[in-house]
Design a protein around this ligand. Structure first.
Ligand SMILES: Nc1ncnc2c1ncn2[C@@H]1O[C@H](COP(=O)(O)OP(=O)(O)O)[C@@H](O)[C@H]1O
Ligand SMILES: [Mg+2]
Length: 415
């Protein structure tokens, strides 16, 4: 039997790049029973699977050992490739039990006949949609394409379809999603008995333009998923895309008020180069609107504490949150303004969640910033591109933050 890479090149007319060679070899590695392949969009996951299906089918004719292959996919693409490239394989064509193959509309599979017979089925390739019904079919090789779109229950019941005959394999292949069963498997494959391999679409010459565009449009987390073909790291999760940030910028912002309006203030301390920044936001249901930011640069707390407290007091019902560090700031305020109620949050425990929540507001367009808050927008853009957060950004994150323990304390009864 021809080597898989040559088989791919000959059948498709493409020349496989080394990473594709690796995927192809992985797909035919019969020593791995539970295989998880995670790759970026456009890497050629579906195409490689289709070629591998033809390869297995053709090998069965040569070895005389029949095979039953089931493809489960939320889309028709894999079968369209099978349908297109089967015409490039004379041996397969000769042994097809004809049933509408080579028609415009993809049919549901193909069968190969037993040598010397007309109609006796030998090898079978068939598709099934990703529904609970998959469990009523039996196969020796099961491929689930775009499996991040497939529910856990369906993946589990599909894996019950294996006959136990060689190669007795299940292959899950997909671009991951942010969450879901495929992503759970990709984060911890050993726990579920899978072997994971992952490929980035950045290496594909045919994807260069798309990947470059994606870099400017997508958030780091989306880029990790769509292009790098892997679940995002925690760090990438807290970033957002320009597209979403742009949606948060409004011509102007002013206090709306009303029954479900609430003022919240966030303070991040600093001297230089980072400043002390106070941010006032209005929260209305799930929306957060940045009303103003005030900064004090290279000034000791003694000099601006009065101004800061006056500002806080001008919002009598506001919830005030501030970083608990460096400790000299809270200590000074507690000593001189004991009546000002501030919730202090230790960045060590809260910073990640603060930024996660801020990113969620941006991605869901529930944050509103005035176009005039240019410095804040600049900082948000730098953060988005992978830089550290700036003081305006940190202060905003504190202002927006819904701390788990704080919620209980601020519940008020409204008559
Ligand atoms: N070696 C190659 N050289 C050039 N183009 C390729 C090569 N391999 C694949 N392609 C292109 O990439 C596409 C892959 O699409 P597809 O398999 O649907 O990707 P995925 O399922 O990973 O999103 C093919 O249709 C083909 O146009
Ligand atoms: Mg695909």
């Amino acid at each position: 039997m021809e080597q898989i890479v040559e088989y791919f090149n000959e059948t498709t007319g493409f020349t496989a790049i080394p990473e594709q060679e690796d995927l192809l070899k992985t797909l035919i590695d019969d020593s791995v029973e539970k295989m998880l392949c995670s790759a970026g969009r456009g890497f050629s996951k579906t195409l490689c699977c289709a070629i591998v299906i033809l390869w297995y089918a053709e090998k069965s004719l040569e070895t005389g050992v029949p095979i039953k292959i089931m493809m489960v996919s939320p889309q028709d693409t894999m079968y369209e490739f099978v349908n297109r490239y089967i015409s490039q394989r004379p041996l397969l064509k000769e042994n097809l039990i004809k049933k509408g193959i080579f028609t415009e509309i993809p049919v549901e599979g193909f069968q190969l006949r037993k040598a010397g017979t007309e109609k006796e089925i030998f090898t079978e390739v068939f598709t099934k949609p990703a529904t609970g019904k998959v469990r009523s079919h039996r196969c020796d090789l099961l491929i689930l394409d775009e499996s991040a779109d497939i529910d856990r229950e369906i993946i589990n019941s599909a894996s019950m379809c294996l006959t136990g005959n060689q190669p007795n394999r299940i292959i899950l292949i997909s671009t991951p999603h942010k969450t879901g069963f495929f992503t759970t498997l990709a984060i911890n494959p050993e726990k579920y008995g899978y072997v994971l391999k992952s490929w980035s679409s950045e290496v594909c010459p045919w994807m260069i333009k798309t990947s470059e565009r994606a870099k400017t449009m997508l958030s780091p987390a989306e880029y990790a998923i769509d292009v790098l073909g892997r679940p995002p790291t925690k760090e990438e999760e807290t970033r957002f895309s320009k597209k979403h940030l742009d949606q948060c910028i409004k011509p102007s912002i002013s206090l709306e008020g009303g029954v479900n309006s609430r003022i919240e203030i966030g303070i991040d301390w600093g001297f230089s180069p980072c400043k002390t920044v106070l941010t006032v936001i209005e929260r209305k249901v799930s929306r957060v609107r940045v009303l103003r930011q005030k900064a004090w640069h290279k000034t000791p707390i003694e000099e601006y504490a009065e101004e800061l407290v006056a500002l806080i007091k001008s919002y009598p019902d506001a919830i005030i949150k501030a970083d608990s560090k460096p400790p000299e700031y809270p200590e000074y305020l507690k000593a001189h303004y004991p009546n000002v109620k501030i919730f202090y949050l230790d960045g060590l425990f809260h910073k990640d969640s603060e930024l996660e929540q801020l990113a969620r507001h941006v991605n869901q367009h529930t944050l509103e910033i005035s176009r005039e808050q240019g410095d804040l927008i600049t900082q948000l853009n730098l953060y988005r591109k992978g830089m550290r957060t700036g003081d305006l950004c940190d202060s905003l994150a504190i202002a927006c933050y819904e701390a788990p323990n704080l919620k209980k304390k601020v519940v008020r009864i409204v008559f």
